[in-house]
Design a protein around this ligand. Structure first.
Ligand SMILES: Nc1ncnc2c1ncn2[C@@H]1O[C@H](COP(=O)(O)OP(=O)(O)OP(=O)(O)O)[C@@H](O)[C@H]1O
Length: 134
């Protein structure tokens, strides 16, 4: 359960009062994403590996821009997918619903599109960078 700064549990449903409270809830969201979403962790790992390879291959600023765009696009798509899953589950629970299936499948399709974009960017950036080594 989320805790207030005084250590007591909070069940806030109203607006945040200041920037730090908003930031705290945003970080809580990232914490949830990391700990509950296996796919988010996988994409974070692949993104981290791509950054490591990018450092080794000494990518140019332009190449870094494309690579970081691709990485953040996948992580953002995964975030939206998680939101859709949570909202759908909140509405229908374990009940089967065609619209619930459509919403979840479309959200997953969005992640797939972002991952394909990342794959294309990865190839277009890494292959020439690798070729520069030889
Ligand atoms: N309430 C429901 N009604 C109909 N179909 C559903 C429902 N819940 C899930 N599904 C189907 O099961 C699939 C998996 O749903 P689930 O919520 O378990 O996602 P997930 O396994 O967490 O997905 P991801 O791999 O993106 O993390 C959905 O893509 C959808 O096709």
């Amino acid at each position: 359960m989320p805790m207030a700064s005084n250590g007591k549990p909070t069940r806030q449903t109203g607006k945040n009062h200041n920037f730090w409270q908003s930031l705290g809830h945003a970080l809580e969201g990232l914490h949830v994403l990391y700990h509950l979403e296996r796919n988010f962790r996988k994409h974070l790992l692949v993104g981290g590996l791509a950054v490591l390879v990018g450092i080794i291959l000494r990518l140019t600023v332009n190449e870094w821009l494309w690579l970081t765009l691709a990485i953040f696009l996948v992580l953002t798509a995964e975030t939206l997918n998680t939101i859709v899953e949570a909202v759908v589950d909140l509405i229908v629970g374990k009940t089967y619903a065609d619209l619930a299936k459509r919403a979840k499948d479309v959200a997953a399709g969005g992640v797939l599109l972002a991952a394909l974009f990342a794959l294309v960017v990865g190839c277009l950036v890494m292959l020439p960078a690798l070729a520069r080594w030889f």
